[in-house]
Design a protein around this ligand. Structure first.
Ligand code: NAP
Ligand code: HSE
Length: 430
């Protein structure tokens, strides 16, 4: 057999993803020599709390001292799966400055400090790969950066958060309560350590910022993304959506338009015959539109131990080959344009509005007149539930400028006949 150089790697974090990465290293170790021409091995594992029992890995590998890894010249790859901004950012910078290649699953970090980290990788001739940071087991970073390099990409749209997709699926399919569905998603290892990130759309916003930066070759950061989560979506909205032949999904969307980059995350009513409507549970899917390839769709498990570890191992394999061939640091930052971000108020959408109004003659006409005065055209009205003196109405609009809809909502807020605006959800326009 050909000689197979050992490549030492350190694992930072041994939680859901770290545990999965360790398992896949064990499963693949006999394949590595022929697959990669090199044998990556985990030689150290960093955790916060050394006293916690760790199942499945040699106890002598564990440390809580980052310096032991940073200062070990034999460690060539650092796999960061701890999460959060600090100390992960400082550790990655120190690893790169020490000439170590880095794999990370950390979207928080890449969406806010990607430019800084990629610049450090380039300066030090190292690889910094982050396939697991977006859509778990789905290969999307490498396809966007490399396989679709022959395209002008104009749209990226998808379901990129496994937790919220799981929650919405269980609420609509099994009538499960929001809190119970979220608890189950946490038990399954899909959720972030603080699940607010998932529920409020922040995790998806980080992922679309990363994809938009790569797809449009122009830096988009987390704070550029207009973000709404699913905490305002109720069982009632899901039931009205079903009545209209739709489901509710948390979508991430980025478009490169002549007026700038439109980038947002929010719930959306999707027709049941739309391909994304069939993406359920922890599955994610991403559509990419390029001028040459046309529509391309990626689908797979967006979260969880082994799907995420699969993406990490792909990066480790790539780096191992690069180390063997002496060509790390080949592929750095590809954001060479500066395209402005389009304000959300200038975008166009269709809307579903659910509101509680006084149940008396003329109220519906009032609602219609406010919308009309603000150039919001109505496509559909449903009136269903009625209590003693109040009625629930649902209005679906045609495609309208976001600013005009917001102006209408501001007027509704000052009208005594409108008791509550219960939900405002965008509706897919094909
Ligand atoms: P997790 O289960 O909470 O595990 C985090 C691990 O990191 C734990 O072992 C923890 O040590 C260690 N850690 C945290 N802070 C540390 C510090 N300051 N120093 C040393 N060790 C530290 O998290 P996870 O779900 O595996 O997620 C890890 C990363 O992958 C995050 O960036 C997340 O966004 C990303 N990600 C997760 C998924 C998923 O499905 N879970 C998918 C894609 C990407 P202790 O064990 O001692 O507490
Ligand atoms: N919390 C994330 C999700 C993990 O639910 O999609 C994968 O990035």
């Amino acid at each position: 057999m050909k000689e197979c150089p050992e490549i030492k790697a350190a694992l930072l974090g041994f939680g859901t993803v770290g545990g999965g990465v360790y398992k896949l290293f064990q499963r693949q170790k006999d394949e590595f020599p022929r697959k990669l021409g090199a044998c990556p091995v985990i030689s150290r594992i960093l955790v916060r709390d050394l006293s916690r029992p760790r199942r499945g890995a040699d106890p002598s590998l564990f440390t809580d001292r980052w310096e032991e890894i940073r200062d070990d010249p034999e460690i060539r790859i650092v796999i960061e799966v701890t999460g959060g901004i600090e100390p992960a950012r400082t550790r990655i910078l120190e690893a790169l400055r020490a000439g170590k290649n880095v794999v990370t699953a950390n979207k928080d970090l890449m969406a806010e400090h990607g430019a800084e980290l990629l610049a450090a990788a380039e300066e030090n001739g190292c690889d910094l790969l982050f396939e697991a940071a977006v859509a778990g087991g789905i290969p999307i970073i490498r396809p966007l950066k490399q396989c679709l390099a022959g395209n002008y990409i104009t749209e990226i749209m998808g379901i990129v958060n496994g937790t919220t997709n799981y929650v919405l699926t269980r609420m609509s399919r099994d009538g499960m309560d929001f809190a119970d569905a979220l608890k189950k998603a946490q038990e399954l290892g899909y959720a972030e350590s603080d699940p607010t990130s998932d529920v409020e759309g922040l995790d998806a916003a980080r992922k679309i910022a990363i994809m938009a930066s790569i797809g449009f070759n122009s830096r988009v950061v987390f704070s550029d993304v207009y973000t709404e989560g699913i905490s305002g979506v109720s069982a009632k909205d899901i039931s009205y959506a079903a009545e209209m032949g739709c489901c509710v999904k948390l979508l991430a969307l980025a478009r490169c338009t002549p007026g700038g980059i439109e980038v947002r995350v929010h719930p959306m009513l999707l027709p049941l015959d739309h391909p994304l409507a069939t993406v359920n549970d922890s599955f994610n899917a991403v559509f990419v539109h390029g001028d040459a390839a046309d529509d391309v769709m990626f689908r797979g498990r967006g979260a969880g131990e082994l799907p995420t570890a699969s993406a990490v191992l792909g990066d480790v394999a790539e780096i191992s080959r690069n180390i063997r061939c002496g060509c790390t640091g080949r592929l750095g930052c590809t954001c060479y344009k500066q395209i402005p971000i389009k304000p959300m108020a200038d975008t166009e959408n269709r809307f579903y509005l659910r509101m509680q109004v006084e149940d008396r003659p003329g109220v519906l006409a009032n609602v219609a007149s406010v919308l009309g005065n603000n150039r919001v055209s109505i496509a559909r009205v449903i009136q269903r539930a009625r209590t003693l003196d109040s009625a629930e109405i649902v209005v679906v609009t045609d495609l309208v400028r976001e600013r005009n809809l917001r102006d209408s909502l501001a007027v509704f807020g000052g009208m005594s006949v409108i008791r509550e605006i219960s939900s405002v959800i965008r509706v897919y326009q094909g």
